[in-house]
Write a protein that binds this ligand. Structure first.
Ligand code: 5FX
Length: 566
């Protein structure tokens, strides 16, 4: 039997856009096992869309027949786990693909000799915002699964919508405008739910399904997020939505942790009963279904801890704490911010915190990330990261007062485009010397991150640490600028599996959540991130003086784009 056979452990699952993955983490918080299934590669049969186009849907109680494909044309694989529809806006994934992927991962684990009887608890993550529509009668199937058959075979007819809207969908602009109007405007909706209306947010997706396919909607007994759907598969009954992933729906009042009646009413009728009450993210929602006990040998006492969204689960995997910030420097740059008192705004998202129900998590996305850094490297640093670093080292903190904005594609935070350079006197200039250009780009990108995080209520505190991940986190000189601009030390860690690992950590936390033991205590044995840069002496004075100037110039650019306020 394999070496991993008999360690007491928790399992962390990730139902992401492209794959289903699991890790096993032992009581010393070592990851000792991982397995995955990639949808495009391992389940090519889901190349064809199976969802009937809007129109009369099959009604009545559940019939155990597979959903029929209503689409002709050559089968095509999912691309990155999704189907992009002809309108270019609608993006879906087949729900049975997710179910079958789970079957395959479990069978692979069994074949490898994995000892399921040692699993104390399971938890998991799902791509955020995606939704699953369970057909009337599905609950009965879920509670009486036969251990002799795979899940995919038994759940084939359990869904009223077989192609689920996912986070990449942007087809619900009309529904967003309606929801904002009902809530008293975008700002009011953001104050209530943590975000203004976004196309991918689940409430707007549900509203679209209700409007375009009312029969399928009324034949739906339960609506899950991808996370609570995956938890339901383990529980053998409907798992509640957790507060943190529930905050990505434009439906949950993030302070009171209850569904907003105004938002529910604006989206679809009888929605509250189809969603069920939300629960704290660290809640143990029940023991694993007897299906897994009989088929795989799980212990009947193995607990299912509420699943959450992939971003909240990553926060847990990175072990962020109050005042910390994680900066992912990838194609787009993303900021995760731990907040105590959020100020929801028209940009970014505020979610309930997955490891501390009193606190919050903000997410900000900056579209001009590594592609812009590479472009400036090619133009001003001879296509070389070595030269780029040298330029950063040969220029001073604050760049002699020169400030730059580099929005090569339409930026999300803030909504602006183009390159804008200003000298120390605040005059717009058309170009900078090469080294100044490099520093203006990197300082500008990090000042924007700090300012917009502060706009959501973030404050650097003495114990703040910055966790840098993604491609650019390998460049020490870029990290030095990050430490200087934020006035806080920068750490790096391997976060490739952070959603899975965070889910396993959350499973351990769920086991003791009743004792009020804080998450930080549960994960104190986990590997520590590595210190990569500390702020240089004098950095705080330089950037505290520059940040208000940067903010003013950003406003100037925005008023040029949008026109002066009325
Ligand atoms: C967050 O709001 C998102 O839409 C994405 O990061 C998805 O969670 C990716 F799965």
């Amino acid at each position: 039997m394999a070496e991993h056979a008999s360690r007491r452990c928790c399992l962390g699952w990730d139902f992401s856009t492209q794959q289903v993955k699991v890790v096993a983490v032992d009581a010393d918080l070592n990851v000792f096992y991982e397995e995955s299934v990639r949808f495009d590669r391992d389940l090519p049969e889901f190349g064809r869309r199976s969802q009937a186009p809007p129109g009369p849907a099959s009604s009545g109680r559940l019939r155990l027949l597979p959903a029929q494909s209503a689409f002709s044309g050559s089968p095509r694989r999912t691309r990155g786990g999704v189907h992009i529809h002809k309108d270019g806006l609608t993006v879906t994934s087949p729900v049975l693909m997710w179910v079958q992927a789970l079957d395959i991962v479990l069978e692979k684990m069994k074949a490898s000799g994995f000892d399921f009887s040692q699993v104390l608890a399971v938890s998991g993550a799902g791509q955020q915002h995606g939704s699953v529509f369970w057909k009337a009668g599905a609950s009965q199937v879920l509670t009486s699964l036969s251990p002799d058959l795979p899940l995919g075979q038994q759940l084939q007819a359990c869904f009223s919508i077989t192609d689920c809207p996912v986070w990449m969908d942007s087809s619900t602009t009309a529904q967003c405008r309606r929801l904002e109007a009902a809530a008293g405007g975008a700002q009011a909706l953001s104050r209530l739910t943590g975000s203004r209306a976004y196309e991918r947010f689940t409430g707007n997706q549900i509203a679209k399904i209700y409007q375009q396919n009312p029969e399928a909607y009324s034949n739906t007994e339960r609506i899950s997020l991808v996370s609570s759907f995956a938890a339901s598969l383990f529980l053998g009954s409907y798992s509640p939505v957790d507060y943190s992933d529930g905050s990505g729906m434009n439906l949950l009042q993030i302070h009171d942790k209850v569904w907003s009646q105004v938002c529910l009413g604006a989206c679809a009728p009888r929605l509250e009963e189809k969603l069920g009450p939300p629960v704290p993210s660290c809640a143990a929602v029940g023991a694993i279904s007897s299906y897994y006990v009989w088929r795989y040998g799980f212990h009947p006492g193995c607990q299912v801890v509420a699943f959450t969204g992939d971003n909240p689960a990553s926060l847990a995997g990175m072990r962020l704490e109050e005042g910390d910030i994680a900066v992912s420097l990838g194609t787009s740059d993303t900021l995760f911010v731990w907040l105590r008192e959020p100020v929801p705004a028209l940009e970014g998202h505020v979610f309930c915190n997955p490891v501390d129900p009193q606190h919050f998590l903000a997410l900000l996305c900056f579209k001009n990330g590594s592609l812009t850094r590479e472009k400036v490297r090619d133009e001003s640093a001879s296509c070389s990261w070595g030269e780029f670093s040298r330029a950063l080292r040969s220029t001073q903190m604050g760049n002699g007062g020169n400030l730059g904005f580099y929005f090569d594609v339409m930026e999300i935070t803030p909504e602006a485009t183009g390159r804008h350079r200003f000298n120390a006197e605040g005059h717009e200039v058309s170009a900078f010397p090469r080294d100044v250009e490099v520093r203006a780009l990197v300082e500008g990108q990090f000042m924007a991150k700090r300012l917009h995080a502060e706009g959501l209520g973030y404050r650097v505190v003495p114990k703040t640490k910055i966790l840098a991940t993604g491609g650019a986190s390998h460049n020490r000189d870029i990290l030095q600028v990050l430490a200087d601009v934020f006035g806080a030390p920068v750490y790096v860690m391997d976060t490739a599996n952070s959603a899975c690992v965070g889910s396993a950590y959350r499973a351990f936390h769920g086991l003791v959540a009743g004792t009020n033991m804080p998450f930080s205590e549960v994960v104190k044995l986990a590997p520590n991130p590595r210190l990569a840069a500390t702020p240089a002496p004098g950095a705080a004075q330089v950037y505290e003086a520059l940040l208000p100037k940067y903010a003013k110039l950003e406003q100037r650019i925005l008023s040029q784009v949008q026109g002066p306020p009325e």
